[in-house]
Structures are given as structure tokens and as C-alpha cells.
Design a protein. Structure first.
Length: 476
């Protein structure tokens, strides 16, 4: 859930972390200043605001992405404070936001001549070139800003990171964030941003550590717990994900995505009754939530309650006739009941609406296999493997077909590939059975030994196949 697009360049990201108001006064003060300013505009009066207040007013409009409103405030500010370099910088910031790059360049070059060692000027020059996608030049000015101000390095590093995050460029933000956190390990906002960037760059363990560090400072941040839960789910650490999502719901119980994520995690952990309870809780406020309806159907399917499962899958399809997951659920139920032609119809409908999910192609391969349509089954399994080269179910499906065709060489190759991907007892035992037939007793001994280490009963199938072998030692 994890994340859709870049949080840094959308409203959700701003809502997910509370930014420090170290340079803006309190929130109440800022609201009062904005109220007075807008009252002045409405009444066409003239009120006095100091430089600090004008900065807050301009920032308010910039935060709302209202460059024209910020421009009006900047013009009034220049009339009241014509020699303020701070307000000149705000004007440059507005020009950048308004994509008036030539005017911004001229103003910032002038300010750089007047104040060549002002880090704020260097920062805005960096922002200017970043807005024009001149990354190398932007970085050169960011480095100058850092060199000019050794006292507020963390603040400057944070500003640089924010600029990159606004562009969705987490890769470029990361090095600056890592420097910032090394110099200010107790800055909670930096930990949040660092975790977010690690996540976007696919560094899941580092992202998990970042959110944990952040939550040490702000344990009631539901967004951080939610992101942490998504990361744990990605790592298949579902018990930890469950804990994280439970914290989300405990903090704010009214957000549907939190309840949905918690319910899905419970279902993944095979705690189906509790998952069903939560999905039904969602339906109380959103009776047409197809995700919840379909998930309830799957939970009942896993519990063996096929009648209830079918009813929820049917309700899902009634609301969403192109819901591939619901069709696949029906296909599975029909297959389990031996209704292979009905199952084939459902899985074909499923693939009509989603033909890039390897699980659905595996299902097609399996039902064709049940119907004895071996060429079609092989094609379906191969399509699944093309979509996901580590789809062990489809690789094993092909292996069983090769056994039926007495092609033990290809069958063994497939089972060994399955073992590479997932060392499951079934694959180890099947490999060992074929290896004995081929005279590969040392390899068979190794695979069977590994299988028995996982499950003491793993040797049953093997020794049923070869009753003349009483124990592992007989293999050698």
C-alpha cells in the first residue's frame, strides 16, 4: 500500500508528516496574520506587516500552490520593505514557482553579487536549476550553500531534500538525507523522510529501520505505522505487519484502508474468522466495497464454506462484472468440486479481464490438465512462467506432465528448479524419486535427507515408491 506515485509531490505526503514551524511562529500566529492580510485585501485598506509576517504570508500562498496570490503579497511586501533581501528571495521563489526562470535568474544573480556568501541565495539558485532539470548545476549550488553555513547544516540539508522530494527524486535526496541524519540523529522528520526514500529506492530493510527510529519519537503516527506494515508485508513478515496495522487501527479506527490492510493480513495468516469479521465491518459503512466482498468470498473458500464463498463472489461480480479475482475464486471452487468445464469457463473469464497475472494462467493450466488437454495445459503453464520465472506451481505443474509423458530428464530439471526457488518437501521428494530411477543415489540421499529435516514424515511417499529401501542408508 504501499505507495502510489511520489508522496513527496502530492497532498498526502504533506499530511503524512508535521513539518517544524521553527521559522514561522506558531500555527495560531500564522492564521491570525493571514486573517489580517486577507481582511486588508477585502477592505482595500493598508495594514502594516513586518518582514517576518510577510514571509509567512507568502509561504502560505506558496504552500497552496497559489503563485499569483504569493506574487500579490510579495509586491505589497516590497512596497513596505523595499530593501529587504529576505523579501527579494521570496520574490525569486515565487518566480521559480511561476516558471519565470529568466526573471528568477536575473534576480538571483544580482543578489549573489550583493551577498555572495548568503546560503539562502545559493539554495534558491540550486532550486532554480533543479526546476529546469539541470541536476548537476543544482547540486553545485547546494554544495556551495552547505559550505557557506556550517551552523545550520541540518536545516539546509533538510531544505535540499525537500526540493528533491517535491520533484519525486528520492535517489538524489538520499545522499543529503544520509548526511543530515548522521549529523542530527534525533531529528524525527529526517528519519521519516529517510525511510520514505529508502522505500522508494527498494531498500526495504533500511526503510523498516527508518520508520522504527521515527516511531521512537512519534509512536502515535498512524501513517508511519501503516507504511511499516506495508514494508513488513512485502518482506513476508506478516506477524510484524499485523502488529503495525493493529497500531494503525488503534490510533485511528475510522480509516478504511487501515482496516482493510489488517483484515488482509489476518487472511494471509489464515485467521479467516477474524478477517471476515473485519471485512464485514467495512461493509457496514460501505456495502458496495468489492475488495471486502471478494475477500470475504476467498476467506469462506479457504474455510471450505463453498456456498457462502460463491454468494460473495457473485455479489462482487454483480457490482464489478470485470472483477478477475472473483471469477478466479469461482474457478477454484468448481475445480475442487470436479466441475472442470465450469471451472474452465470461469478461469477464461478471469483471463479476459486480467491476462498478466501468472496465478490465473497457472489455474488455466491446471484445469486443462484435469481435462486431459495436455498441449493447452503446457502452453498455459509456460505463459505463467513467462510472466513470473519463479512461479513454482507452474514449474511443478509442467514437471508432473513430463512424468506422465515418461520424460524424466525434463521432469527432474523442473523439480530441481522448484527446489532452487523454494525448498519444499514435495519438490525434494519428487526429485529424489526420479534420481533413484536414474541411478543418482547420492543426489537422492541428499534431497531426501533435506526433506526429512523439514518434515519427519517426508520419506513416506519415497519409501512407498521404493519399498525395498527400508531407510536412508539403503540408498547408499
Amino acid at each position: 500500500m504501499i505507495y502510489c506515485g511520489s508522496f513527496a509531490c502530492c497532498k498526502e505526503y504533506a499530511a503524512m508528516r508535521e513539518e517544524g514551524d521553527y521559522n514561522r511562529g506558531t500555527e495560531g500566529d500564522t492564521r491570525e496574520v493571514i486573517r489580517r492580510y486577507e481582511d486588508m485585501l477585502r477592505s482595500s485598506s493598508t495594514y502594516y506587516f513586518d518582514v517576518f509576517e510577510f514571509e509567512n504570508i507568502i509561504d502560505h500562498y506558496l504552500d497552496l500552490h497559489n503563485a499569483p496570490g504569493a506574487g500579490v503579497a510579495a509586491e505589497i511586501a516590497r512596497q513596505q520593505h523595499p530593501y529587504s533581501s529576505e523579501l527579494q528571495l521570496k520574490h525569486a521563489e515565487i518566480l521559480i514557482a511561476d516558471k519565470k526562470f529568466e526573471e528568477a535568474t536575473a534576480l538571483l544573480d544580482l543578489l549573489a553579487q550583493i551577498e555572495p556568501h548568503n546560503p539562502d541565495v545559493m539554495l534558491l539558485l540550486g532550486k532554480l536549476y533543479l526546476a529546469q532539470k539541470w541536476g548537476l548545476k543544482a547540486n553545485s549550488y547546494f554544495k556551495k550553500a552547505l559550505a557557506e553555513n556550517l551552523e545550520n547544516r541540518t536545516e539546509i540539508l533538510g531544505n535540499i531534500c525537500s526540493m528533491f522530494l517535491e520533484k519525486g527524486d528520492t535517489k538524489s535526496a538520499l545522499p543529503y538525507l544520509e548526511i543530515a541524519i548522521s549529523e542530527d540523529t534525533d531529528n524525527e522528520n529526517l528519519w521519516f523522510d529517510l525511510a520514505y526514500c529508502y522505500d522508494r529506492e527498494g531498500k526495504t530493510p533500511e526503510a523498516i529501520n527508518g520508520y522504527i527510529r521515527y516511531l521512537n519519537y512519534d509512536p502515535f503516527n498512524d501513517s508511519a505505522w501503516y507504511n511499516l506494515g506495508l514494508l513488513y508485508s512485502r518482506e513476508d513478515e506478516h506477524e510484524k505487519a499485523l502488529d503495525a496495522f493493529e497500531f494503525c487501527v488503534a490510533i485511528i479506527a475510522e480509516i478504511p484502508i487501515y482496516i482493510l490492510s489488517l483484515a488482509h493480513t489476518l487472511a494471509t495468516l489464515e485467521r479467516y474468522p477474524k478477517a471476515i469479521e473485519l471485512f464485514k465491518e467495512l461493509l457496514e459503512t460501505d456495502p458496495e466495497n468489492v475488495n471486502a466482498l471478494c475477500s470475504i468470498g476467498e476467506c469462506y473458500e479457504k474455510l471450505g464454506e463453498s456456498v457462502l464463498a460463491i454468494s460473495y463472489y457473485d455479489r462482487t461480480i454483480l457490482l464489478d462484472p470485470e472483477n478477475a479475482e472473483a471469477y478466479y475464486g469461482l474457478a477454484v471452487i468448481h475445480m475442487e468440486k470436479g466441475n472442470y468445464f465450469e471451472s474452465l469457463t470461469m478461469v477464461k473469464l478471469c483471463l479476459k479481464y486480467d491476462d498478466v497475472n501468472p496465478e490465473y494462467w497457472f489455474g488455466l493450466g491446471k484445469v486443462y490438465h484435469k481435462l486431459g488437454s495436455i498441449p493447452e495445459s503446457v502452453k498455459a503453464y509456460e505463459k505463467a512462467i513467462l510472466l513470473d520465472e519463479e512461479d513454482v506451481d507452474s514449474i511443478a505443474g509442467l514437471a508432473y506432465i513430463y512424468i506422465e509423458q515418461h520424460d524424466e530428464e525434463r521432469a527432474l530439471r523442473n523439480f530441481l528448479r522448484c527446489v532452487e526457488i523454494s525448498e519444499e518437501v514435495e519438490f525434494l521428494v519428487q526429485a529424489a524419486i526420479i534420481e533413484v530411477r536414474k541411478g543418482m543415489r547420492t543426489q537422492a540421499f541428499e534431497h531426501l535427507q533435506r526433506a526429512i529435516t523439514i518434515d519427519e514424515e517426508a520419506g513416506v511417499d519415497f519409501f512407498n515408491e521404493y519399498p525395498e529401501l527400508k531407510n536412508l542408508d539403503d540408498l547408499l
